[in-house]
Ligand binder design. Sequence first.
Ligand code: NDP
Ligand code: 8X3
Length: 250
Amino acid sequence: MTQKIALVTGATSGIGKATAIAFVQQGFKVIIAGRRTERLQELISQFGTEQIYPLEFDVRDKEAVHNAIAALPAEWRAVDILVNNAGNAHGLAPIQSGNVDDWDAMLDINVKGLLYVTKEVLPIMVERKAGHIINIGSIAGKEAYANGNVYCASKFAVDALSKAMRIDLVHEGVKVSEVNPGAVETEFSEVRFKGDKERAASVYQGFEPLTAEDIADIILFMVTRPKHVNIAEVLVLPSAQASATVIHKQ
Ligand code: NDP
Ligand code: 8X3
């Protein structure tokens, strides 16, 4: 059987990295994308070039996204699975004191970046009448919460896009799914709090958060279902979390 080819954005850290590793361990060929080249190289050192191909681009730069994907070698072009994972929150502030650069970053990366990558990969899938796109949404795309405003808006957009893409692409043989995690301990909060490690760590204190590997397991399960099965949406929370802001802490 031919090896599946997956493209994972945001593969340098957290959920994307864990997903790339789970895919490699499953025997897939994996195109790993991110901005931090040294981290892409670390994965290559770990798993070799047979199964991993690195792409370095900022998802906000549509020309760079286009050039990178257009330049994939022939043996890496037939992408079967796209995991639109690159994204982050930037800041946590009431709307009246929000930072415009943070707003731009969240909408440009989480929404427009997802679209730019999808735009480049879709022709490959549509032409082959096969493919599976997994968008990483969030519980923040299901419920708005205090100070989450623009991050929540970006993830509500991912939710809407996932549903709309599924409708458009059902006629093209391409499956679209969405994974919406609650609290996962990754570099997410460090980015949100601009490098404040102590504040970031406090988000996950007093309960057991999800790990990136928990989410990777779910993604792997979704992409290994039979062709006629599409797990359209998953909301996955730590057992101690009931909603975006209700977390049972010890
Ligand atoms: P991390 O900060 O650990 O990883 C984020 C990844 O996104 C990195 O690999 C980073 O790579 C990449 N990325 C960020 N900005 C860009 C950019 N401009 N261009 C290209 N790549 C970029 O966070 P997570 O693993 O937690 O986040 C992954 C996804 O999961 C995000 O969409 C996030 O919103 C979502 N999520 C996270 C939750 C959590 O609690 N952690 C819960 C729900 C959803 P690099 O910096 O190398 O470019
Ligand atoms: C990340 C989870 O609750 O911090 O999407 O928004 S949350």
